[in-house]
Design a protein around this ligand. Structure first.
Ligand code: NI
Length: 255
């Protein structure tokens, strides 16, 4: 059986509240070897950590999402730092900028992103970046922290922009959006990516890949994303699974 690393899923989400343990306990038999679960604020980061304590294959990330940036204060940054000391927390995330929804004022989003990049640098942890319609600001801000390693998650952008991210030494991660019928521009990015910088993720419960699009997503569907990566790059599904597993392990510092 193939072994997959789903580098981004949210099991704190309310869409899992009725059956999260059923879903999670079934994943190892479906080939999910590892999964990283980012919170979006202090409370949800704590929820992901509690799940990671119960399931050996789960890891957590702690951070404040741009949607929640308006609620962040000094106490919440201190709480996030405290959570980073937990042995199953492997990254700061998810953090970033979202100019599509603009749920928090942009200057506040930027300030909260910078603050958490400083925290990541201090704790020597990688970051998981959410960038929606904020490419220039996001890129410029992360560039201010050359000693921080990160991944742009759920990437759907151009190869031109991807090259700038790769030049920072960073990684890029792809979701089920690469399986969508209307996907165009991002496919070129998947094809051109250096083999050692590509990761896959479900972003469950969102972004469900074809052929399950429209249903709730979970980490077992990471196989469809890997298969698409294989098809686009002209490698076998086994090679795509192995490649993305190795990259995930290296990025998150796991053996
Ligand atoms: Ni996410």
């Amino acid at each position: 059986m193939m072994k997959y690393f789903d580098t981004h899923a949210h099991y704190h989400d309310s869409r899992f509240e009725d059956d999260v343990h059923e879903v999670l306990s079934a994943l190892p038999d479906k080939g999910v070897l590892r999964c990283v679960c980012p919170g979006v604020d202090v409370a949800t980061s704590e929820q992901e950590i509690a799940l990671a304590e119960k399931y050996h294959f789960l890891y957590a990330a702690a951070g404040i999402h741009p949607h929640e940036a308006g609620e962040a204060d000094e106490a919440s940054f201190e709480q996030i730092e405290e959570l980073l000391r937990h042995p199953k927390v492997v990254a700061v995330g998810e953090i970033g900028l979202d100019y599509h929804y603009d749920f928090s004022p942009r200057d506040v989003q930027q300030q909260v992103l910078r603050r958490q990049l400083e925290i990541a640098r201090k704790h020597n942890l990688p970051v998981i970046i959410h960038d929606r319609e904020a490419h220039e600001d996001c890129f410029n801000i992360v560039s201010e922290y050359p000693d921080v390693l990160g991944v742009f998650h759920c990437y759907s952008g151009s190869w031109e922009h991807a090259k700038r991210i790769l030049n920072l030494g960073w990684y890029i991660s792809f979701t089920g959006t690469i399986t969508f019928k209307n996907a165009r521009r991002v496919l070129e990015t998947v094809r051109n990516m250096p083999a050692d910088r590509i990761m896959v993720e479900t972003d469950a419960p969102y972004m469900t890949p074809v052929p399950h699009r429209g249903k709730r997503n979970d980490s077992s569907y990471v196989s469809f994303i890997c298969d698409k990566v294989a098809e686009l790059r002209g490698i076998t599904p086994e090679e795509a699974a192995e490649l993305t597993l190795q990259n995930g392990n290296r990025f998150f510092g796991l053996e």
